[in-house]
Design a protein around this ligand. Sequence first.
Ligand code: ADP
Ligand code: MG
Length: 670
Amino acid sequence: MNLTDDIQYLKGVGPKSIELYHKLDIFTVEDLLLYFPFRFEDFAGRQALELMDSEIATVKGIVATQPNLGYFGARKSRLAFKIKQGEVAIGVTFFNQPYLKDKVVVGEEVGVYGKWDSKKVQMTGLKLISGEAQAGEDGLMPIYHLTEGLKQTALVKLIRQVMTPETLAQLLENLPAEFLQKYRLMDRQNAVRAMHFPENDEEHKQALRRVKFEELFFFQLKLQALKNKEKSGREGLRIAFEQSDLDAKIAELPFALTGAQSKALGEILADMTSPYHMNRLLQGDVGSGKTVVAELAMYTAALANFQSALMVPTEILARQHFANLTATFPELNIGLLVSGLKASERREILADLASGHLHMVVGTHALIQEGVDFYNLGLVITDEQHRFGVNQRKILREKGQNPDVLMMTATPIPRTLAITAFGDMDVSIIDELPAGRQPITTRWVKHSQMASVTDWLKSELSSGAQAYFVSPLIEESEALDLKNAEALFAELTETFSQNKVGLLHGKMKNDEKDAIMTAFKVHETDVLVSTTVIEVGVDVPNATVMVIMDADRFGLSQLHQLRGRVGRGTKKSYCILVANPKTDSGKHRMQIMCETQNGFVLAEEDLKMRGSGEIFGTRQSGLPEFLVADLVNDYNILEVARTEAVRVFSEPERYRELIAEVGQMDESFD
Ligand code: ADP
Ligand code: MG
């Protein structure tokens, strides 16, 4: 068997299951070997009396009493029996797993994996281990992230099948031997084996340390490589313009810039006019007014006869920016480039970009496609930059002659992490909201209180307010998201029969989306039901109510983004979280949302609750998604990895191979 073998030839992989594996990005034998479990269940038996109260563990014993199965409520059941561990009699209860009854046979040994209650001398069982358990030598059972339809046992079997001395031998060591020695790291083959099937806890710890080091070290190497490239091409454009022209435009704006906006704009212009090329991150909480700063930077480029491009993650946002830009700069030629254009429209825009007729262009990913050429691209801006990978930004940048680059983000990033993650990028911060903003009142209500919410909302609507309803999020299933949104739409159309209700979702055709958004913007509709497509950037200042259904399904930063769609004007705004959270984390998120509106506080909470993996995962920061490492919890390893990566690039002769390897990996950076 070879590492590169397609998994379709493996025993146990059929035409149906192969789709599931592909969903997990598993295509080859190697992918399987490197698909690590995210935790272990400890199925090794423990002495019950040595457990701490509430500890989760496995207790083995001999079944001492007939299992007693009782039903209560519609589908609820309770299975109770006793086991004996030596002389100790232990009560066991399983809730809602009636089928376990047949597996509990008096006189036979079972393992109960569950939560220990030391007062009652009782286990609340989560899993029953009877017969041959699938655990490894030490009772450690690897648990993998799965996709719907795939079973743990099937995946474990498959990994066992491909993990042979033959395949392991093909996994080549990718760290210099001196590192293994210096940091006492396990070699790669052993580490991969022990990541799945460790002989004991300690071995797994060592494997994990090695894999984390590897991951963070290559991450840092790639950053260093990128940085080196940047520096060597640091000579940039010098943008020359008349300050008075810019001032005149600023005076025409419908509002005065906030101090923080002026300061950020000043920093950006200083970069643009210098002979060095700009590489700057503009950070500001939702609603802080980043857009106008970006627009003015684009205007400045135009004054100096350079083209500029603004790349945004969604089409709705692209159209919104386009409308803004054309309104603010009627004297300029501005293009919109999104995927849904007619062939003739697209052709015209591409021609106008290449000829230099267009001063500015706004677009989605369509901007970085082949065939999009500029006449003289001087400034590249990405909005909601966390939605784009490093590579995508790079492609756009390369469409110009080393243009200035500005990235905008609403995700507050703690400074230490920003430095490690974004390397030598400069940062501007808008830390002030435009004057006249009122705090958004956030309320958490249960589903049973919906009637009073809709009553209240009816009176708000009749006095001219507009509201968003965000439908529940079904993870991983767009089809269900859509169904939810449609059901909610039907319900609300009935409830708010005196008002106009619109529906917006990701599956709509572009002009449909456009029409719905415009109708809401000009207040033809009063209520907009939507999936999370409105999460980023959408700006309708007259909308003052945001209702989020099943809000506990969302993470804090997403909730914060959603809430940021209201409170954008001077009118009092409200955010209603409708949720009956089942978990503590869900409750906590609802509470903290009601307590604070500060993006930094929320980001920090988020970090504490979820670890950096998700916050700084690809989706949100443009960083690669880490398999095992965590930028916060593994900060120590990260620091070492960084030091070593810097050293590697300071001795390029000695580490030629490593550097060459990283060069090849460049393409897959995001
Ligand atoms: P974000 O930073 O979330 O992208 P936007 O740029 O969309 O925020 O701005 C939010 C709203 O605030 C917009 O309606 C915008 O017109 C308005 N705005 C921006 N700057 C100011 C300002 N200095 N004074 C008043 N309103 C402003
Ligand atoms: Mg924005």
